[in-house]
Design a protein around this ligand. Structure first.
Ligand code: GLN
Length: 416
């Protein structure tokens, strides 16, 4: 199959090998039914940045599915496949999971091999899982986790049996989450967050309390610093990673009899506007004279963010926030406003800076004129403690009454 990463520069590019995750899935007997749409090289939050298509949200075809891995989320939401993979550099599995009403799981950095993943920002990139249930996402994670000698950043830690965390409702005690300490990030449920999103999150919090957990609000003062630091670091790393697309080693080549215009012309022709913007921002941040003010500073902020999450997770078992400040919005609404688009990543980017695992689960809806759109909440766990997230998430979804997260057009078609 062609591997385009949503970019014209890789149109018709056929990779010579499978990514390790794909190889592992095939070895388990999985059938790969297709590849899905995404924002070019993972840069975006809607799939509108794809050089090929815009994916529609199955809940409202006029709305975006989220992104960048919006095609993978929409495919699971529309029941076109049982599970799917996406990449999450700053939220690209979790935000589309929330927009499409499916489960999205971002593993700890290093849990899953990145060998064969098209690189965006290598210190942040992870491959994540979509499913309609926590169990499906967990089974998929089990299949793709573990050390890979082809990726030196993949962890050598043992991979436990995640499925042992799944207890059927029939065996629950009256308070199955008794003893669980939950911290709600206060910065994520205040100003700038859609009111209906906040009330869905509050509903999820009450549900966790009913299940026996102790919920406390916790403030992370460094929270808002994550977004600018992420954009400096992600752009910087991408400007380096994308230098391989020069029209010679990879990608479409323009006709030219001179080397530098061959490079320049192939890139000018092959990259879309958002990718060019990131390369320019990243190159600027890394250039002599600006390096200390931007890149180094952002790295310092990253250390502060990591430390504050570590401290909070020493006290709480899991931390809670919305997965995005709003539900899905209309196609075209933010396309020409990159800063508004970047601001929508506020809930997810800190988790990548800290390398932590996080699980997004559908928990409610917002009314959007003619349609209802799903809302997801995010649970953040300690590094390599995916098991706890899966256990809590599995109990949560089995006990959430009165919510069906099947998009109406799909429910009508299958009469469910
Ligand atoms: N929306 C974010 C960005 O554009 C995150 C993308 C991602 O996780 N791939 O960088």
């Amino acid at each position: 199959m062609a591997c385009t990463a949503g970019s014209k520069i890789l149109e018709n590019y056929r990779p010579a090998y499978d990514a390790s995750v794909v190889r592992k899935l095939r070895e388990c007997g999985a059938i790969i039914v297709g590849k899905t749409n995404l924002d070019e090289f993972g840069m975006g939050s809607t799939t509108e940045g794809s050089a090929y298509q815009v994916t529609a949200n199955p809940w409202d075809l006029e709305c975006v599915p989220g992104g960048s891995s919006g095609g993978s989320a929409a495919a699971v939401s529309a029941r076109q496949c049982v599970v799917s993979l996406g990449s999450d550099t700053g939220g690209s599995v979790r935000q589309p999971a929330s927009f499409c009403g499916v489960v999205g799981l971002k593993p700890t950095y290093g849990r899953v091999s990145r060998y064969g993943l098209v690189a965006y920002a290598s210190s942040l990139d992870v491959i994540g899982c979509f499913g309609t249930t926590v169990a499906d996402a967990g089974i998929l994670l089990q299949a793709i986790s573990g050390h890979d000698k082809l990726d030196a950043t993949s962890s050598k830690r043992d991979v436990n049996d995640f499925t042992s965390q799944f207890i059927s409702k029939d065996y629950f005690e009256s308070q199955p989450l008794k003893g669980l300490r939950v911290g709600v990030l206060s910065e994520t449920i205040g100003d700038g967050v859609d009111k209906e999103v906040v009330s869905s999150i509050r509903g999820a919090i009450s549900h966790l309390e009913e299940l026996g957990s102790t919920v406390t609000e916790v403030s992370l003062p460094s929270f808002s610093l994550g977004l600018p630091a992420y954009y400096v670091l992600a752009s910087s790393e991408s400007s380096s990673n994308l230098s391989r697309y020069d029209g010679v080693r990879y990608g479409n080549q323009i006709v030219s009899d001179e080397l530098s215009s061959l490079y320049g012309g192939s890139r000018a022709n092959g990259f879309g506007p958002e990718v060019k913007r990131r390369i320019l921002m990243g190159t600027y941040a890394l250039s002599a004279g600006y390096y200390d003010a931007y890149y180094k500073r952002a790295q310092q902020v990253r250390t502060v963010v990591q430390k504050s999450f570590k401290e909070a997770l020493d006290v709480y078992d899991i931390l809670i926030s919305p997965a995005a400040p709003s539900a899905a919005y209309k196609i075209g609404e933010k396309k020409n406003d990159p800063l508004a688009m970047y601001a929508g990543d506020i809930m997810t980017v800190n988790v990548n800076l800290a390398g932590l695992p996080a699980l997004v689960l559908p928990c409610g809806f917002v009314e959007n004129g003619t349609s209802r759109l799903p809302v997801g909440f995010q649970m953040i766990g300690a590094a390599f403690d995916e098991e706890k997230l899966l256990r809590v998430g599995h109990i949560f979804e089995q006990t959430l009454q009165g919510c069906s997260f099947i998009p109406p057009i799909i429910a009508d078609e299958f009469k469910c």
